[in-house]
Write a protein that binds this ligand. Structure first.
Ligand SMILES: [Zn+2]
Length: 302
């Protein structure tokens, strides 16, 4: 093959590979802390260690979604959140992690407003904190309530921080806190392997759901929770994302994908990711997936 032709071919292959890279934004819920604290560890420790991992892996600015009620009478919580907000963007997760499916839309709207003074105070000056992450990923069990909450968000300049990738990482935060307090190394090793297996299985499921819903890949948003396990497991989780072809971007860039302009407009009893809601709206059956080890994770080190 002539050299020029070979070079052209190589460039085309590279370009095709570049197009095939899938983008994902990393986000963290339940700030200043999800789950329990290990003995002798503070919220400030957890936040500082997690921020160090984000910096080491050159993660683009990652939103942390705040429940300001957790700051009441807790200086460790307040210091931890200040630390996060000094280096990463923050968004609204309602004042007390209110479940929209269990409360009227008016209560939900009050909780969004009640959370705002802390966001206003701690967010960087030019940062946009008007992003809402629905607690429990529940957007209303009736269509009227769902639409009322969305109308409120739009009228108040909010964007919805959607979720497309989720493996319920929060379960491992309290489990790890208990096992670390007991210094139980074999259990911690199991927590690491079960976390990474579950993450891999559910990333594959979410990517398969994306094809079923949209017919092609989209930019993604990954839901994580800031807690005791975060800084120790994140390096392996980032390696896993890279192995699956997922490349880290900001939330703004991820949600610039036109896929995020469409609304499944479905009342859902259980809620779920944007993909789950589309599956429910379009009545698409789920591909098979291994169950999550709920019981083992909940019981370990008790
Ligand atoms: Zn939450």
């Amino acid at each position: 093959m002539p050299t020029v032709l070979f070079l052209l071919l190589a460039i085309e292959v590279c370009a095709a590979q570049k197009v095939a890279i899938t983008k994902v934004a990393i986000t963290f819920d339940d700030l200043p802390l999800n789950g329990e604290l290990p003995a002798g560890v503070t919220r400030v420790d957890i936040t500082r260690n997690t921020l160090a991992v984000l910096q080491k892996y050159h993660v683009p600015p990652a939103y942390g979604f705040v429940n300001a009620k957790k700051l009441e009478g807790n200086s460790d919580a307040a210091e931890a959140l200040k630390l996060w907000a000094a280096s990463e963007p923050i968004g609204n997760h309602t004042y007390s992690h209110l479940d929209l499916n269990a409360n009227p839309a008016e209560a939900f709207e009050r909780e969004i407003a009640e959370n705002e003074p802390v966001l206003e105070l701690l967010a960087a000056k030019d940062a946009n904190w008007r992003w809402l992450r629905y607690p429990y990923l529940r957007e209303g069990e009736t269509i009227e309530k769902r639409r009322a909450a969305r109308a409120y968000l739009e009228a108040h300049g909010y964007r919805i921080a959607e979720v497309t990738l989720d493996w319920e990482d929060y379960m491992w935060n309290s489990a790890y806190a208990r096992c670390l307090s007991k210094n139980d190394a074999p259990s911690i090793a199991w927590l690491r392997s079960s976390y990474l297996q579950t993450a891999s299985d559910y990333l594959d499921l979410d990517l398969a759901q994306t094809k079923l819903v949209y017919g092609h890949d989209i930019n993604h948003v990954l839901l994580l929770h800031l807690g005791a396990f975060s800084s120790t497991i994140l390096p392996d989780a980032f390696d896993l994302l890279a192995k699956k072809g997922l490349h880290l971007v900001t939330l703004e860039e991820a949600e610039s994908d036109p896929a995020y302009a469409a609304d499944p407009d479905v009342a859902s009893q259980n809620g779920g990711s944007l993909l789950d809601l589309w599956m429910e709206a379009k009545k698409i059956p789920y591909p098979p997936v291994a169950p999550k080890p709920y019981k083992q994770v909940q019981e370990i080190c008790k």
